[in-house]
Design a protein around this ligand. Structure first.
Ligand SMILES: CC(C)(COP(=O)(O)OP(=O)(O)OC[C@H]1O[C@@H](n2cnc3c(N)ncnc32)[C@H](O)[C@@H]1OP(=O)(O)O)[C@@H](O)C(=O)NCCC(=O)NCCS
Length: 157
């Protein structure tokens, strides 16, 4: 039975949609479970409502399983945050979420996308490289604990 349930879950396709301010609490919870310094629910509500910020959510049934958020300024987008809830990682949810998000960023006029990622964050690096991001900068000691941050870039359409 357990195997049956986990097979069913592992086949679940994420439903991806634009996030709303009502998703702020669930997004804040995923963020807090994913990063050392969580951003609060109010901060997410404010960001989601900001006209220059594009936010998408991934869901499986009633569960909000992940999100991605970027700010677009003068044709340049910066991915502010992306995370999949810990129990939903490794099922390929991040890729369609990122793909749709990039298409939407292009649709609102972004020509380039930038992000910062820890150089040893293997799942994130694989995700970004496969999506066509490439390294354009490096900031040694950027993160607490001294890890190097890489700046990645992706050119859109
Ligand atoms: C990065 C993150 C969003 C990826 O989400 P995900 O749904 O688990 O990713 P996917 O299942 O689509 O896998 C993405 C790639 O990472 C690989 N991967 C997944 N988990 C892995 C692990 N534990 N170790 C190594 N590689 C892993 C997958 O094989 C895939 O690579 P491939 O396409 O070359 O096979 C997720 O790990 C996360 O939320 N991490 C914490 C927050 C974070 O670090 N965000 C990025 C900050 S820049």
């Amino acid at each position: 039975m357990t195997n049956f349930v986990s097979r069913l879950l592992s086949r679940t396709e994420p439903m991806i949609a634009e996030a709303r301010t009502g998703d702020a609490a669930a997004i804040a919870a995923i963020h807090a479970a994913s990063f050392q310094r969580g951003w609060g629910e109010d901060e997410f509500r404010r960001l989601i409502a900001e006209p220059a910020v594009v936010t998408h959510r991934a869901a499986a049934g009633h569960n909000l399983t992940g999100f991605i958020m970027s700010r677009v300024t003068a044709g340049e987008a910066e991915i502010l945050s992306v995370a999949i809830a810990p129990s939903w990682r490794g099922r390929g949810f991040a890729r369609p979420l990122l793909d749709l998000h990039l298409r939407r960023l292009a649709g609102v006029g972004a020509r380039t996308v930038f992000l910062e990622v820890g150089e040893h964050n293997t799942p994130a690096m694989r995700l970004y490289r496969r999506a066509g991001f490439y390294e354009v900068g490096r900031r040694p000691g950027y993160y607490d604990g001294g890890a190097t941050a890489l700046t990645l870039r992706r050119d859109l359409g």
